[in-house]
Ligand binder design. Structure first.
Ligand code: PHE
Length: 434
């Protein structure tokens, strides 16, 4: 089986797919609103510091573990020690749970693309968003359409499906993003948004900000659910994973900053609030489009941008359980995709309904959507990243010197992987669970 494993066509297609996995709703939907809620520029400084000092280590370890073991997640952990099989199993499980809420937001994006293309005039986006997310049939249908698109790409395999989607959608994403940045920077008073993003107000520093920044960094870099491990396992021998790690981190951070430069100048130019939370992209931004000439075209471009980013990440999330089903259970890929579609739909439909008919159904005091979001981003992803660092550092004995020529960076990597990152992740989990 191992000899028949698929692999990337070239280094570029691997990088595009890994960057496609990292750059997603986390950059364009989550990053601006979390930054808006946590004081703007100071949050950015904390976030950048964490990415550069902490996050590159688990990201590198995930890719390295995939590349060394050449197995999907369960097999990768099992090959280190058969007792670790359960740890590997947590990754596809996390993938299924993440996709169940990630694809709901994907469904909202499709609805907003349809609204923009049909040039539908909405008087109050706040009410519209509540109305749409509460309406049982349309919200579920859009969630399932988004899920279906991801599954169809994944079903075509690594080269014809995943590479194909990334080769088209990532350049489309970059072009639309650049166009929207130029548009946004030319609005009156755009500089106020840039000041908000880049001029720190240190009085806003607080401990919660560090937690928010670390959680955001793990999520946006796709660390802690096996997506990069699985993508890493498709790398052919000759590719340098250190360079790939830097490229993924650099691109993801660049795209997050670009998303901020697109969003904040527009928000300040129209005198709106940057701290409106998860509704920033679905309520605040559409209000801007409603006030400008040809707003529906700009709006369609914006939501197609989000769609492209979300699809490439969505594909990487479902590839984790698909790879496990195909390689371990020897299932044909199409069958694995069909079964996965049904499993995710069965979780995603109640989660979609948790905005409306099931809003009073609570698990641990949270709606199904909030519960899935919380258990994956605040518990399972940091937990998986912690387990991965411990297994890679102490049992697989990945050494920085195997991959990194610079001795100092190799030593920092070894120390970070075995001691610093596990301690930081335990602290994150402790605070998250408190
Ligand atoms: N990194 C993706 C984003 O920013 C989300 C993601 C998480 C993708 C985990 C894969 C694995 O939207």
């Amino acid at each position: 089986m191992e000899d028949n494993r698929p692999s990337w066509s070239s280094r570029l297609t691997f990088i595009l797919a890994a960057v496609g996995s990292a750059v997603g709703l986390g950059n364009i939907w989550r990053f601006p609103y979390i930054m808006g809620q946590n004081g703007g520029a100071v949050f950015l400084i904390v976030y950048l510091a964490l990415i550069l000092t902490i996050c590159f280590i688990p990201l590198f370890a995930e890719l390295a573990m995939g590349k060394i073991t050449k197995k999907e997640c369960i097999g990768a952990f099992e090959s280190v020690n058969p007792k670790f099989k359960f740890f590997g199993f947590l990754n596809p499980l996390t993938g299924i749970l993440i996709s169940s809420f990630y694809f709901i937001v994907g469904g909202w994006i499709i609805d907003y693309i349809c609204l923009s293309v049909a040039n539908t005039k909405i008087a109050d986006y706040g009410n519209y968003f509540i109305y749409f997310t509460q309406s049982p049939i349309s919200a579920c249908v859009f969630t399932l359409i988004f899920l279906l698109i991801c599954v169809l790409f994944a079903a075509r395999g690594i080269k014809k499906g995943i590479e194909f989607a990334n080769n088209i959608l990532m350049p489309l994403f970059a072009v639309i993003l650049l166009g929207l940045i130029i548009f946004s920077l030319n609005l009156p008073n755009a500089h106020e948004g840039l000041v908000y993003m880049f001029k720190p107000d240190f009085s806003k520093v607080n401990p919660h900000m560090f937690l928010a920044a670390l959680g955001q960094a793990l999520f946006t870099l796709s660390i802690g659910m096996g997506a990069l491990l699985t993508y890493g396992s498709y790398i052919k021998e000759d590719k340098s994973i250190l360079k790939s790690t830097y490229t993924i981190i650099f691109s993801d951070t660049l795209f997050a900053l670009m998303a901020g430069i697109m969003i904040f100048p527009a928000i300040f130019s129209f005198g709106l609030e940057p701290n409106s939370g998860a509704g920033l992209v679905f309520i605040t931004i559409p209000q801007i489009f409603a006030q400008i000439p040809y707003g529906n075209i700009v709006s369609a471009a914006f939501f197609i941008l989000l769609f492209a980013a979300a699809i490439t990440s969505g594909i990487s999330i479902i590839e984790v359980p698909i790879a496990s089903m195909v390689e371990r259970m020897k299932m044909p890929r199409i069958k694995a995709c069909t079964i996965l579609f049904i499993i995710i739909a069965l979780i995603a439909i109640p989660a979609t309904l948790s905005f409306g008919v099931l809003e009073n159904f609570k698990i641990c005091g949270k709606t199904i959507f909030d519960f899935l979001d919380f258990t994956t981003s605040s518990i399972l992803m940091p937990l998986n990243a912690l387990i991965l660092c411990l297994v890679a550092g102490w049992f697989l004995k990945i050494k920085g010197s195997q991959f990194i020529q610079n001795k100092l960076i190799a030593v920092i990597f070894d120390f970070g992987l075995k001691f610093v990152i596990p301690v930081v992740l335990v602290a994150l989990l402790y605070i998250g669970l408190k």
